[in-house]
Design a protein around this ligand. Structure first.
Ligand code: SAM
Length: 378
């Protein structure tokens, strides 16, 4: 679902994989004939070969969308990864440090954030020392697990990552001895995908296998054919749902859409509350590529109001304590959706398609706690 940068006004976002290369090396090789510009807008303003080193996310480049990056050796060898800027927010915001213990990526496939986590963890290992952290990557869907495996291997992240294929994160026991030292969790669950660039039929929803999700109608087999025919322009776009396998189903009414969002947010909240239960956990990020408050601020608020959050001392990470690049990122959560609480809204990080920043619609918030409060829990 990563945006590949071929829509107007969007650059091609390229994460330089620190497990294999450096920005300096790439500027001197793959992008040697690119002109370096000072803003994302300049990258897309005119045809040619332009590149901007991102101001917020380390090791991220915005490059001219016409560049055939997938044909480069750096891309095919896993040194460069196509990853939307917003999709780089969660691992960077989580900021896993060696003193934080091991890391879980609860919903991993295809593995963009898993490999990003591995790169961050690796970058902090002092020279001649062994990496003390492991990234545990869970993926419920067996087919998507294979994609995850390929990506982790290609990115050179295999040594740092332990993958559990077909593993439902909700069935993982937080109190298992294996997860005693899990300090950080990244939660990037299935969502409506309504922030994804390039989807003209809105709203588009990725179905989770959420308990109680209402059954949707089968996709209209004529939809694609009709849209490609002469009457394509006249046809009113039908709201559709796309599940994680890319299967399409129609949402026929606002009411049905609401029910879908409810089912999604209930699943997302369950996942977040499950993460709160890991005994040594001290940092969590929760993200979606949705623009709907139901899946974003409202999930964060409900999680903060939960018994488990109160018992264990979980709080939202305020803006002024976030990593520099995300503290500086100007687009924040909605105050209305945060129950009028401007501190919560400021702590939430948003992005919107079509706002000129060249990124997809996205949401992320971090939760933290003092682990000593765990000892007090008994
Ligand atoms: N984090 C991924 C990345 O950056 O490449 C994208 C994750 S995608 C939005 C959500 C993924 O979560 C899907 O692959 C889905 O199969 C998986 N998933 C959904 N429910 C899950 C669960 N209960 N446990 C583990 N994985 C789950």
């Amino acid at each position: 679902t990563e945006f590949l940068g071929d829509a107007a006004g969007y650059p091609r976002w390229v994460r330089v994989n620190a497990l294999k290369t450096t920005v300096e090396d790439q500027l001197a090789t793959t992008f040697v004939d690119f002109a370096r510009v000072l803003s994302v807008r300049e990258v897309t303003a005119s045809p040619g070969k332009f590149l901007h080193v991102d101001d917020h996310i380390p090791n991220l480049l915005a490059v001219s969308p016409s560049f055939q990056i997938t044909k480069t050796e750096a891309y095919t060898s896993g040194a460069l990864i196509l990853q939307d800027k917003a999709s780089c927010f969660p691992a960077y915001l989580l900021d896993p440090r060696s003193e934080d213990g091991h890391v879980i990526d609860s919903c991993s496939a295809p593995g963009n954030k898993t490999t990003h986590l591995a790169a961050i963890v690796h970058s902090r290992v002092p020279e001649n020392e062994e990496c003390s952290q492991t990234v545990y990557a869970f993926e419920k869907d067996a087919k998507r697990s294979r994609t995850l495996e390929k990506m982790v291997k290609l990115a050179g992240a295999k040594e740092i990552t332990r993958m559990s294929f077909g593993q439902d994160f909700l069935k993982v026991d937080p109190n298992s001895e294996l997860f005693r030292n899990i300090g950080c969790l990244l939660l990037d669950p299935s969502c409506s995908g309504s922030g994804i660039v390039g989807r003209d039929e809105m709203p588009t929803i990725h179905l989770p296998e959420a308990p109680g999700a209402p059954k949707s109608q089968p996709a209209n087999p004529n939809r694609k054919r009709k849209r490609e025919g002469p009457d394509a322009v006249a046809e009113k776009p039908q709201p559709i749902i796309v599940d994680d396998d890319g299967k399409e189903t129609l949402v026929s009414s606002e009411k049905e859409l609401k029910a879908r969002l409810e089912a999604l947010s209930s699943f997302q909240l369950t996942l977040l509350l499950h993460a709160f239960k890991f005994p040594a956990a001290r940092k969590i990020t929760y993200s979606t590529c949705s623009i709907h408050a139901e899946e974003n601020e409202l999930v964060a608020l409900k999680a903060l109001q939960s018994d488990v959050a109160k018992e264990r001392g979980w709080r939202i990470l305020p803006r002024d304590q976030q990593v520099r690049g995300l503290r500086d990122w100007p687009v924040r959560g909605s105050v209305d959706a945060s129950n009028g609480d401007s501190e919560i809204a400021e702590a939430c990080i948003r992005s919107y398609q079509n706002d000129g920043r060249g990124v997809m619609g996205f949401f992320v918030a971090a939760f933290v706690r003092d682990v000593r409060s765990d000892a007090e829990d008994g």
